[in-house]
Write a new protein. Structure first.
Length: 178
């Protein structure tokens, strides 16, 4: 996806692709013997209704922590000051690392580092509709974006992540190019 976005935007910036393997498979996204759930969550639920202690099978322990840690290491190596992450707390599955307090705590931790790196999560409190509208306004090449739980070359269209996306596009009145 990153390569397609970079090519589409004719961006001159560098980027790194890092493969992260989690051999301690514990859920349906990392353990291939488990089925990825479909319609596992209520699409009309609110943030407060979903912020429970029960984690769905799609939760990958520490995934966003790993992403941010890699990003911090890379940011320090190139003297970058800001890390952006596309986490979302409004239409999410109850993941603890998609909550505002998680990112506030991580940002406080980063203040202890010499590089003065900060975390930005601009999509954190937006609805999926709001994200789609913002992306359209910014002319994001949306055909290169998705977060399907199936992890394939194309979105499956039936997992919860795909359903959240479809709901956001429908509410925004914009056709999903993916």
């Amino acid at each position: 996806m990153a390569r397609g976005i970079k090519r589409n935007l004719n961006a001159k910036c560098a980027y790194k692709t890092v493969k992260i393997d989690l051999p301690w498979a514990t859920g349906s996204l990392t353990d291939k013997t488990q089925k990825i759930p479909h319609n596992d969550i209520t699409l009309s639920s609110s943030l407060s209704a979903k912020a429970s202690d029960e984690l769905p099978s799609t939760y990958v322990p520490g995934r966003n922590t790993l992403f941010i840690s890699y990003a911090v290491s890379y940011a320090e190596s190139i003297n970058a000051r800001t890390i952006f992450i596309g986490a979302n707390a409004v239409d999410f599955s109850g993941y603890p690392d998609c909550r505002p307090r998680y990112y506030m705590a991580f940002d406080r931790l980063l203040k202890t580092l010499p590089g003065k790196i900060q975390i930005k999560a601009p999509l954190l409190k937006l609805s999926k509709e709001g994200i789609v509208r913002l992306a359209a306004r910014l002319k994001v090449p949306l055909k290169y974006t998705w977060s399907c739980y199936g992890g394939g070359d194309d979105p499956c269209g039936v997992c919860d992540s795909c359903l959240f996306r479809a709901k956001g596009f429908a509410q925004a009145g914009i056709e999903d190019p993916a």
